[in-house]
Design a protein around this ligand. Structure first.
Ligand code: AMP
Length: 502
């Protein structure tokens, strides 16, 4: 059953939950908790504050906060004021943050006291959360929040590393995002008001924005938000308190399983774990289920489709290593990447998707939008095959994307940083397999002078420009970068020359 009743404006969802369970805790972090009644009142006051600061309908507002209750409050306040929420990782490097603020055209931002001065210096109006993870005393709402009714307006601009150099802002609507809750998390994973979710996911990423932010509200569940992924914190919480559901990416489950085995710890009261973001190896899936005695369901999601395209069903037949069946309401095809002809079951092709969650386009990038969307079909750039029962397996990628621990890295963006280092003549960045992280970026560098080249200094330079997860895992010196006649880097050739596999 698709729960279309959950596809409603944020103000309405908040009022519904405040009425049904006002005194129940909605979100909590290590510092604060907020009940549904307080969430309704506080987001109304914050929305009024945004409106008083001049935020008009359709204005982008930056969300530059650590994972916290405040993050969720700020997000809902932006939507209630009619703005577009623009999540920016708190760990973004200064150039990455500036690029997103400028590309989106944000004039107002939510942030912490630590970043307030830097953003004010860039001309932004700032609402900042103090060390307690709370906003300065909120005045009672001066005017009511706009609480827009339109579910099809752009509500989120989620930056994603695509195949080309710079990150692109993916325009998503509230209808598309809530569709995934109505068609997947609630009816398939059984997310409900009885659940207490433990979320270690970064909230700025579409997966968590969909499930850990919107899904909790839509279902009226309760959630503990970890500031960042920490195996010891998760095992401690699972041992002490009652949690029923945990989303994660494969790398998190890998580390969790290792640590739990070493400590002899089990899953406490968890009923289900959910994996998305990168291939979940069959051995990890089985190993996790054997040790913890609960199901770990893999689903395949993409920012450009408001996340979930396929999902595995609990207590139902599954194919280990496959990412499940198409989510109801989506049309999914596997086609020849050149001719678009449909491929027979069992034959690999490019996965293309159409449905309510497909993005509206890339923010201010019409050429990129046209290349990715054809007649409503989003070209995922992922290779897949279907078995005779319709289970999909992701088999590879057409797009040059590195997925390190569930986070996407565009090789071109890392290459730009590496090539900007003065003693580099030429460079290419390649994803290589890694046991725990899935893949890691390795920089192949042609130095200007091999005798004096300092790889450590190159990595320091990269850390100044890139988020930590994008910094090359290793640097390997080569005499030339192999390219095709049309100038494309032949990454497979470089991968073959790797000295020390990661
Ligand atoms: P993002 O937009 O950051 O969520 O990244 C989406 C990409 O992650 C997809 O296009 C896939 O390449 C990969 N991905 C996500 N979920 C899965 C999964 N369950 N299995 C394999 N690859 C996945």
């Amino acid at each position: 059953m698709i729960r279309t009743d959950l596809i409603a404006p944020i103000g309405e969802l908040l009022r519904r939950q405040a009425t049904a369970r006002g005194g129940a805790v909605a979100y909590e972090d290590a510092k604060r908790t907020v009940t549904y009644a307080a969430l309704d009142a506080r987001t109304a006051a914050l929305a009024a504050l945004l409106q008083a600061r001049g935020v008009a309908p359709g204005d982008p507002v930056a969300l530059h906060l650590p994972n916290s209750v405040a993050w969720v409050e700020a997000c809902f306040a932006i939507l209630r004021a009619g703005g577009i929420a623009v999540p920016i990782s708190i760990d973004a490097s200064e150039p990455e943050r500036t690029y997103r603020l400028e590309d989106a055209g944000c004039r107002v931002a939510f942030t912490t006291d630590a970043y307030a001065a830097a953003l004010v210096a860039r001309g932004l109006a700032v609402i900042s959360a103090g060390p307690g993870g709370d906003f300065a005393p909120l005045a009672p709402a001066g005017e009511p929040p706009r609480d827009p009714e339109d579910l099809d307006a752009t509500a989120f601009l989620v930056y994603t590393s695509g195949t080309t150099g710079r990150a692109k802002g993916v325009m998503l609507s509230l209808r598309g995002m809530l569709w995934v809750n109505a068609a997947c998390w609630v009816p398939i994973a059984g997310l409900s008001a009885d659940d207490r979710v433990l979320s270690p996911l970064p909230l700025f990423h579409s997966y968590a924005l969909n499930l850990s932010v919107l899904g909790i509200l839509a279902a009226g569940a309760r959630e503990y938000i970890l500031e960042r992924f920490s195996v010891s914190e998760i095992l401690g919480l699972l041992g002490r308190e009652r949690f029923t559901l945990m989303p994660g990416v494969p790398t998190m489950f890998h580390y969790l399983l290792e640590a739990a085995r070493a400590a002899g710890m089990r899953a406490g009261s968890l009923r289900l774990a959910l994996s998305a973001g990168a291939i979940l190896p069959a051995a990890l899936n089985r190993g996790f289920e054997d040790w913890f005695g609960i199901e770990l369901l893999d689903g395949y999601g993409i920012t450009e489709t408001s996340t979930m395209v396929t999902m595995n069903f609990p207590r139902a037949p599954r194919v280990m290593g496959a990412c499940g069946l198409p989510v109801p309401g989506l049309a999914v095809r596997i086609v020849d990447p050149v001719t678009d002809a449909d491929r027979a079951p069992g034959i690999e092709g490019e996965l293309i998707v159409r449905g309510p969650g497909v993005m509206q386009g890339y923010w201010r990038k019409p050429a990129e939008t046209e290349a990715a969307l054809r007649a409503g079909w989003y070209r995922t750039g992922d290779l897949a095959r279907a078995d005779p029962h319709g289970f999909l397996t992701i088999t590879g990628r057409l797009k040059e994307l590195i997925i390190r621990g569930g986070q996407n890295i565009a090789p071109a963006e890392v290459e730009e940083a590496v090539i900007a280092f003065a003693s580099v003549r030429d460079a290419a960045v390649v994803g290589v397999p890694h046991a725990a992280l899935g893949e890691v970026p390795v920089a192949f560098v042609v130095p200007r002078d091999p005798a004096t080249f300092d790889p450590a200094a190159l990595l320091v330079h990269c850390r100044g420009l890139l988020s930590a997860y994008k910094v090359p895992h290793a640097v390997q010196l080569v005499t030339e970068i192999p390219r095709t006649g049309s100038g494309k880097v032949m990454r497979f050739r470089l991968r073959e020359t790797l000295h020390d596999p990661a």
